[in-house]
Write a protein that binds this ligand. Structure first.
Ligand code: AOF
Ligand code: ZN
Length: 358
């Protein structure tokens, strides 16, 4: 199952709107098939692994990091495929949260006389599939908030100079993290000041996450990096009511997708923003700032994981804070996270925090 889970992780960022599942088929102590969900979400992991195993699957055990599907969707049910391949045992990590499956995959297998064990490494599976589960259960994707800041929590000098706070190794690690998410998201301020391309580079990875920019007024430079590459890597612009018609046309002409969102206190409502992104199929979103977007997600308790890269320099009080105002009076109401990892990355420190169960 550990192997099935790690195979499933390979597809993270490329399978949306589907979960990224891994499958290993074992017979007589030997691995005879392995597979993971393919880009775009199909074929499913089991189909891939069964194709490798061929006839040898008869009497074998299949380890799957999610309940095999039971519905006739874009592909025939994996439970049916496992049954007709003659697999005698299925070990699964966790039940599928998709209402079309939700226990029926296990039921189909059992009815066919297959021995089913579930709940193996369920905690890890719940983490790996957290984006898919959130999307099916709450309608929103999993949100990782990443910040690269100085020791004193600043992300730029007062005039916006931010390149570079962290070193090349940390920036490479960020690219690898982008690749494991369906989309990279920034606020319009960051798009204007940094002119980022938000792509995955220098890792030999071809698949690119969607680039999401949140801009109430669509006030994003039409001659910047995002615009220049909009026909190659998707750009989705989340905007407020009645954006400037000319800008909207220009962006659409370049291939960008426009997503209207509701407002709350004159800003884009982060809960609605995430519902729209979930509706569009995203399961994992990597937010890279800026401070206003980060604050609005945190204030609405919509951040699932924090990833910090802290550099050994100080910028001082006039520098731009990583996170905007949260309007807190007491620490009790501060969004709190639990430490899951720390390590040195070149001269910088990586720290990852998970949303505490509240
Ligand atoms: C599996 N193995 O590798 C994945 C599964 O639209 P479809 O037909 O591709 O079905 C999508 C649903 O299948 C998705 O919502 C989830 O319930 C399940 N995903 N199931 O057996 C897989 N990716
Ligand atoms: Zn399936």
């Amino acid at each position: 199952m550990a192997l099935a889970l790690s195979l499933g992780q390979r597809g993270q960022g490329t399978c949306w709107p589907n979960p990224s599942v891994g499958c290993v088929i074992v017979r007589d102590g030997r691995i005879i098939g392995r597979g993971w969900t393919q880009p775009g979400g199909r074929p499913h992991a089991e189909t891939e692994a069964l194709a490798q195993a061929g006839e040898a699957a008869r009497g074998a055990t299949a380890y799957v990091s999610l309940e095999p599907c039971s519905h006739h969707g874009q592909t025939p049910p994996c439970a049916e495929a496992l049954i007709s391949a003659g697999v005698s045992r299925v070990v699964s990590a966790i039940e599928d949260s998709d209402a079309r499956v939700a226990g029926q995959g296990f039921a189909m297998l059992r009815e066919a006389g297959i021995e089913v064990t579930t709940g193996v490494l369920a905690d890890q599976a719940a983490q790996d599939h957290a984006g898919f589960f959130l999307k099916t259960e709450q309608g929103r994707p999993f949100v990782t908030l990443k910040l690269a800041s100085s020791f004193d929590g600043r992300i730029a000098t007062s005039n916006g100079h931010s390149q570079w706070i962290t070193g090349p190794k940390a920036r490479r690690a960020v690219h690898a993290m982008r690749a494991r998410h369906d989309a990279v998201m920034v606020g319009a301020g960051t798009a204007r000041v940094d002119d980022p391309s938000l792509t995955v580079r220098d890792l030999g990875i071809a698949a690119q996450p969607v680039r999401v920019v949140v801009s109430r007024r669509l006030d994003i430079p039409l001659l910047g990096q995002l615009a220049r590459t909009a026909s190659e890597v998707p750009v989705w612009l989340c905007h407020g009511p009645s954006p400037d018609a000319e800008r909207a046309r220009a962006w659409e002409g370049m291939g960008a997708r426009l997503i209207p969102c509701a407002l709350q206190d004159h800003h884009i409502d982060s809960a609605d923003l995430l519902q729209q992104l979930g509706h569009a199929g995203l399961t994992r979103v990597f937010c890279e700032g800026g401070s206003a977007l980060a604050a609005s997600l945190l204030a609405d308790d919509l951040v699932d994981e924090l990833v910090g890269f802290s550099a050994g320099l100080t910028i001082g009080a006039e520098g731009l804070p990583a996170i905007g105002a949260l309007g807190l009076e007491k620490l009790d109401s501060a969004p709190r996270f639990e430490l899951i990892e720390t390590r040195a990355v070149g001269p910088d420190v990586l720290h990852r925090w998970s949303r505490a169960l509240r």
